[in-house]
Design a protein around this ligand. Structure first.
Ligand SMILES: Cc1cc2nc3c(=O)[nH]c(=O)nc-3n(C[C@H](O)[C@H](O)[C@H](O)COP(=O)(O)OP(=O)(O)OC[C@H]3O[C@@H](n4cnc5c(N)ncnc54)[C@H](O)[C@@H]3O)c2cc1C
Length: 495
């Protein structure tokens, strides 16, 4: 077996991995990034994202210092309410029903904005999400739901910018290097990794190692094993390479498992999408505008409160609700008024949809019993309360006497044309992973650091349970990637 040697070896080439690599390289470490995928498929799930980062800020003027592309946004036309550390922490606690690890959440929240400033110094370019995260009310455009900042060029831009920064600073990136195990040093420390490559097995020695290899969402068997029956049928929104073997190798090495192993982030997704993510359409196959319509299953029945909260705080649970429906299929239905609220993703070429001028005709095109769908929509319309509609707040415009209720933004579905989008469940990433401390050192089963091993991104557990606030995945990958890189550099210097 051939071998090479670096101060810090990083496993994976997504956002968490590159964040760790930049942080270690800044300390003068030699750094090698090992990626399982071929070069043409580099970037992990991070490539498929919108590039949205959830961060704290104190209004529009505050964020402008990192914004390269403000688009049409100005203080005259737009309002951006503050999003404080307390707000971010409260959202983490609320969506996870109080289960998120308090220490990890504190680190995530308190370092979110400074980490974006740091990424910005490394050449990551940011913009304001003035398309899908703004609604106009009373002549003023208002950001809602904490999803304000995204990377210029989305996930594709994020990976291009990370790669260019890595190249400029002398970080070595090797593709088609699938980590299959660890090399152990004389005192039990991690001293490198074993990789499968097209030319056979190689040891890449590292004085310290950072795992940033994502979750196990792309492996059907692991999905069924940990998430439960039926999950093997879910589509995968992103990379086909996040199959969990590096995570499992770390557990075998003595790392502690942590977090919501039976939970996953999963969304409503175009029914005709492929089994794995599409590198051209990336996130455009998602169907996130359900709060402004209704969702029904193939029996023509509603099964969820479409508007219990802003979509940024519900979309990660919708996939699981769809998976539980007959055949794992659900339709999102909008009338003319609701169609005016659709995200830009719904307008792309090749998107699966049916339209009709009556609910009965729509049902026939959906191959759903027309009587059942008409009854559902009549009952829904009869329950809608005629109070003011405001998409920038939880407006309480709800249904009464309808089960399940719709708690906000409920408007009657009456005006043609009617449009239905067939959707299935697509998994984004798994919530269970390794236990790390606040310096991103992997802990063993006695809560002691596994010498030489660090981790960041979706391979780490403990932050998200059952649900997730949109934009937190990239943010946690960057915050803990930075800390993993710094810890790994410090450890390698100590040896
Ligand atoms: C369609 C889509 C849209 C999304 N939009 C957003 C968004 O806008 N904002 C947000 O915060 N989050 C978003 N997410 C979630 C986001 O992708 C993740 O939170 C984040 O990218 C995880 O980063 P990571 O670096 O941990 O993992 P990844 O980016 O998935 O990187 C893991 C890497 O490890 C590699 N790897 C795996 N096993 C091995 C091995 N054995 N050896 C070597 N390499 C290995 C993989 O090939 C991969 O490149 C989205 C996800 C998807 C799929």
């Amino acid at each position: 077996m051939t071998s090479e040697s670096y101060d810090v070896v990083v496993v994976g080439a997504g956002n968490a991995a590159f964040s760790a690599a930049h942080a270690a390289r800044e300390e003068g470490s030699t750094v090698c990034v090992l990626e399982k995928a071929p070069e043409a498929e580099l970037g992990g799930n991070s490539y498929f994202t919108l590039g949205s980062f959830r961060t704290t800020y104190d209004g529009l003027a505050d964020v402008m210092c990192i914004v390269d592309d403000p688009g049409d946004v100005s203080t005259d036309t737009h309002e951006l309410p503050s999003y404080t550390k307390d707000d971010f922490a409260a959202d983490m606690r609320r969506v996870t029903k109080g289960r998120t690890d308090e220490q990890l959440t504190r680190v995530l929240v308190e370092n979110s904005f400074t980490t974006l400033q740091w990424l910005h110094r490394h050449g990551i370019k940011f913009k304001l999400q003035s398309d899908n995260q703004v609604f106009e009310v009373n002549g003023k455009k208002r950001f809602w739901g904490g999803g304000t900042i995204a990377v210029v060029g989305g996930g594709i831009g994020l990976i291009e910018q990370h790669l260019s920064a890595a190249k400029n600073s002398g970080i070595v990136v090797k593709t088609e290097h699938r980590m299959v195990g660890f090399q152990q040093g004389p005192t039990g420390e991690v001293s490198g990794v074993v990789c499968q490559t097209p030319s056979g097995q190689k040891v890449i020695e590292g004085k310290s190692v950072v795992l940033a290899s994502g979750g196990f969402e792309a492996d059907a068997r692991l999905r069924a094993t940990y998430l439960g029956p039926g999950w093997e049928t879910a589509r995968v929104r992103g990379s086909r390479y996040n199959t969990g073997e590096a995570l499992m190798a770390a557990l075998d090495y003595g790392a502690q498992s942590f977090g919501n192993w039976s939970g996953a982030h999963a969304v409503a997704w175009d029914k005709n999408a492929g089994v794995f993510g599409n590198r051209v359409l990336t996130n455009k196959l998602q169907r996130h505008s359900y709060p402004f319509g209704i969702m029904v299953n193939t029996d023509g029945r509603r099964f969820i409160d479409e508007a219990s909260d802003f979509r940024n705080y519900t979309y990660a649970m919708v996939g699981a609700a769809i998976l539980r429906q007959p055949g794992g299929v659900a339709f999102q239905i909008f009338d003319k008024q609701g169609s005016g609220m659709l995200r830009t993703d719904y307008g792309h070429e090749g998107i699966t949809r049916v339209t009709a001028d009556s609910i009965k005709d729509l049902a026939e095109k959906m191959e759903v019993d027309p009587d059942a769908l008409c009854a559902t929509i009549d009952e829904f319309n009869a329950g809608v309360q005629e109070t003011p509609f405001d998409p920038t707040v939880l407006d309480g415009k709800r249904t009464v006497g309808v089960n399940p209720p719709k708690s906000n933004w409920a408007r009657k579905i009456i005006e043609p044309p009617f449009i239905a989008f067939p959707t299935v469940c697509a998994i984004t990433f798994t919530y269970g992973g390794l236990r790390v401390d606040t310096d991103a050192r992997v802990l063993d089963q006695r809560d002691q650091p596994v010498p030489g091993l660090h981790a960041a991104g979706e391979v780490v557990g403990g932050l998200f349970y059952e649900n997730y606030p949109g934009g937190s995945g990239l943010m946690s990958g960057a915050v803990f990637g930075y800390r993993a890189g710094k810890s790994a550099a410090a450890y390698s210097k100590s040896r």
